[in-house]
Design a protein around this ligand. Sequence first.
Ligand SMILES: [Zn+2]
Length: 236
Amino acid sequence: MKRRVDLLICLRCGHSPLERQGPLARCSDCGRAYPLRRPGLVDFLPQSEDDERRTTRLINPKHWWRKSRELYRTRLAPPDADFHRIMNQNSGGIVLHLGCGSGWLLDELAQHPWRLRIGVDRKLGRLLKAHRLPSAGSNLLLIRSSPYRIPLLEKTVDTVLLQNPFIEFKDHHAAIYEIVRLLAPEGRLICRVETDHEERLRQTLGAAGFAYYRIGNWWVSRRIEAQSEPLTEHAL
Ligand SMILES: [Zn+2]
């Protein structure tokens, strides 16, 4: 990977990489163009799409108050020592924060030696804020896209960060499925949920083939897919 656009795929035809042409990232196969809102901020959602209306359709409205409470809390919370401990052990490759919002966690990630930090969110306003952070630079790629269809090559991401998937996404299964597609074979999924969602996360990770361990409020997980089917066959 020489440039950030090399990781991107065309959502219409699946071609990769996209070519940078002035203010556009263009697919050389089908010709579809995606606007570069800023250097390193690519917009994959149609311009006609109403951001706010879509959000209310895609985020469970019951969870709105919880989401705002969580945002408030994280903004006021002191730096999370556990988070940095985990990142000290896992940094180095490509990290993706799904639902990155205005990038406060991407900012924390900048303290560690990542080759590339990727933030995905569907709100342009928040991504523009993330783009203005002092830590934003050539090793940050911001993508405006659906959390269920992220325009990145499969098996390219080493670490995915996910906070409160049950609040963030209406269809958390679809988001996890997309994460599984993106993760490199030895890739990790690192999650945090509120206490009353822990059982649900346990089930979700298990069903998607992840084994995990806990560090503080964080769940560090890795897929163990290769084992399951052949083992049961041999057992018979
Ligand atoms: Zn294309």
